[in-house]
Each structure stands twice: as structure tokens, then as C-alpha cells.
Ligand binder design. Structure first.
Ligand code: HEC
Length: 93
């Protein structure tokens, strides 16, 4: 999760100053975290579903980044941010 936060920071700063190197690194970092987290434990089904939504948002972001379209990339970044809250807004158990 720390890596998610770091990647979002890179993305945000990249988007603010139009630095595609940071935008690409941040996006790649997010996609890598999707592979690294194991949600297969019992009771984690809801997290798993939310993380699938997160991964789709990150993949759409990657498509926009590959096209180097700043406005579309900014919009896709917002969708990824909303996907963070998909889990982080869940009530504590
Ligand atoms: C699929 C659910 C899910 C999504 C999506 C998700 N998180 Fe998390 N996050 C968790 C859970 C569960 C924890 C607590 C367990 C842990 O630390 O791994 C956590 C913990 C954290 C922490 C505190 C712990 C740490 O390692 O520093 C941060 C910061 C964090 N998440 C940031 C993010 C950001 C930023 C995003 C979006 C880019 C995000 N999370 C998306 C489930 C999620």
C-alpha cells in the first residue's frame, strides 16, 4: 500500500508539471501493486472485488498515458483515486 501511495504522489506531481517520466513510473507502480497484493484469504472477497475495480481503473489510466493525452490522463487519475476510496471508505470490521 505504501507503494500505491508513492505511485499516486509521482502521478500527481507528474500531472501537475506535465512530466511524463513521473506519470509513466507512477502508473507502472500502481499496476505492479495489483499483482503484488493477495486478497485470497477468507473474508477478503469484497476487497478482491474492489481491487479488480481498482485494477481496471489503473489499466484505463495506462492506456491514456500511452497515448500521452494529458486531459484524458488527468480524468483517468481521478477515477483511480475514487477506486482507492472503494476500499478505504468501507466501514471497519
Ligand atoms: C482492494 C482494496 C484497497 C484498495 C483499492 C486500496 N487500498 Fe489501501 N489499504 C487496503 C487495506 C486492506 C489496507 C490495510 C492493510 C495493509 O496495510 O495492507 C490498506 C492500507 C493503506 C495504507 C496504510 C498502510 C500502508 O501500507 O502505508 C495506505 C497509505 C493506503 N492503503 C493507500 C492506498 C492508496 C493511495 C490507494 C489507491 C491508489 C489504495 N490504498 C487502494 C485496501 C485497499
Amino acid at each position: 500500500m505504501q507503494k500505491r501511495l508513492d505511485s499516486m504522489g509521482k502521478l500527481l506531481s507528474g500531472l501537475a508539471v506535465d512530466n511524463w517520466h513521473n506519470i509513466e513510473n507512477g502508473t507502472r507502480g500502481l499496476i505492479e501493486t495489483c499483482e503484488a497484493i493477495d486478497w485470497s484469504e477468507p473474508g477478503k472477497e469484497l476487497f478482491k472485488k474492489r481491487d479488480d475495480a481498482f485494477r481496471s481503473a489503473a489499466e484505463i489510466l495506462m492506456e491514456k498515458v500511452n497515448k500521452k493525452n494529458l486531459a484524458d490522463t488527468q480524468r483517468a487519475f481521478i477515477q483511480v483515486t475514487i477506486a482507492c476510496w472503494g476500499c478505504h471508505d468501507l466501514p471497519p470490521e
